[in-house]
Write a protein that binds this ligand. Structure first.
Ligand code: SF4
Length: 418
């Protein structure tokens, strides 16, 4: 039985208890969210070393890190280093997007070390292994489910109708989702409907069997700020709204994926629209990036967009690394990306009044006022970087830092106020 089916029957599972404890909420509250569909706990029972994590309304905003090989860099050892970097930086979820080397073996190696929910995009493996028949695609989904994958991005909403909208209202950047573009290519070449849309019930059967959370992909997400909110994007969203309902009716958990490149002034309205159309299913945003001009700094761009999106209701932020739009990330880039997204998620938690979110900040402020450097470093979101910077220019002659020395505002204030 899936977590959703258990919740609908009034049962509180071990996974619900774990999530409730991590969120400082009652297990009954988590159960209710699962039953309503506003919370998902991607939790394939075959993922043995998983520590379940909850995503959705009323919970802390979560962060995902993408790792995975490419044809140019198929080395699994490097991906396992990225996995370690992501877990050390406290990512809440991982996606294996491998497209190089032995994809099944790489996924199994990642799953063995992965203690957070693991997601995949099955169409990548189907394309690389030339298994792009209807049977081939479904086989890949089932194989990945049998390995223990917890959530899968499936671009069910890329169909004839959505592609028709794309043609009616052409874009600057066409389709920038890799899975979305591959699906569109298959549909146009074969002149057949998207199998994951046409045989959606078959997909749901597999998802239900292994409790795979459907992460309904946004194949038509905008790849330029000027493409945001166009007909193709909205058409796909309408399809995803319908598919969400059908998944819930089949007992399957859902997450909805969203944009993409969106101007800052449109982010709130986009989140509210997506939440409404998809009946408040957990919402997973890729960025969003409010400008297109910052390659090398897109982790910062995504954190700016992600903070606003999460404050407006997005539940799950897919990280962006400094190498976005430029190349495959290194383990250090993975760490930077996770930290940047965690900052965005935490800022949104504070803004949304998530219980306990501010306590971390209050503790840091107290440590700052006391010039307690050990405590400040311990509380820092990246203690290693904070210590490195502090120690680099520290003078033993003062308990203040080297910025103001004897004119330290905390010291001056303390002397003035007594
Ligand atoms: S010296 Fe200046 S920068 Fe450093 S802790 Fe004091 S007020 Fe802050």
């Amino acid at each position: 039985m899936t977590q959703r089916e258990e919740a609908l029957r009034g049962n509180i599972t071990e996974a619900m208890k774990v999530v409730a404890k991590a969120e400082n909420l009652s297990p009954e509250g988590i159960r209710l969210g699962l039953a309503k569909g506003t919370i998902s706990i991607p939790c394939n029972p075959l993922h043995k070393n998983l520590n379940p994590v909850g995503f959705g309304q009323g919970l802390k905003v979560k962060v995902n890190a993408n790792i995975g090989t490419s044809a140019d860099f198929p080395d699994v050892a490097e991906e396992l280093k990225k996995l370690d970097a992501a877990l050390e930086a406290k990512t809440d979820a991982l996606m294996d997007l491998s497209t190089g080397g032995n994809i099944s073996a790489i996924r199994k190696s990642i799953l063995m070390k992965c203690t957070v929910p693991l997601g995949t995009v099955p169409i990548y493996q189907a394309v690389v292994e030339k298994r792009m028949t209807v049977e081939g695609m479904f086989e890949v989904v089932e194989e990945q489910a049998q390995d223990g994958v917890d959530f899968m991005t499936i671009h069910c909403g890329v169909n004839f109708e959505t592609i028709g909208r794309l043609k009616k209202q052409p874009r600057l950047m066409d389709v920038v989702s890799r899975g979305g573009a591959l699906m569109m290519q298959w549909i146009m070449k074969n002149k057949e409907e998207n199998p994951f849309f046409q045989y959606y019930d078959r997909l749901l059967e597999i998802a239900r069997k292994y409790d795979i959370t459907m992460s309904l992909g946004d194949g038509m997400r905008p790849g330029s700020i000027v493409d945001a909110g166009d007909q193709a994007q909205i058409q796909e969203l309408m399809v995803l709204g319908d598919l969400t309902k059908r998944a819930w009716e089949a007992g399957v958990q859902v997450i909805i994926e969203g944009p993409g490149h969106v101007p800052y002034d449109q982010i709130v309205e986009q989140i509210k629209l997506q939440k409404k159309v998809c009946q408040n299913a957990p919402f997973y945003v890729l960025g969003p990036l409010p400008t297109d001009v910052a390659p090398g700094y897109d982790h910062i761009t995504a954190a700016i967009g992600g903070t606003l999106a999460a404050t407006a209701g997005a539940d799950f932020l897919c990280y962006v690394t400094p190498t976005e739009h430029l190349g495959l990330p290194t383990p250090e880039d993975v760490k930077e990306g996770v930290i940047a997204s965690r900052i965005a998620a935490h800022c949104a938690d504070i803004a949304k009044g998530i219980p306990g979110a501010k306590d971390w900040d209050i503790a840091m402020s107290k440590a700052r006022k006391e010039l307690n450097w050990g405590k400040q470093i311990e509380l820092a979101i990246d203690p290693v970087k904070a210590k490195k910077i502090h120690d680099k220019r520290h003078s033993d002659s003062s308990d203040a830092c080297s910025m103001c020395g004897e004119f330290c505002a905390y010291k001056v204030s303390k002397n003035a106020l007594g």
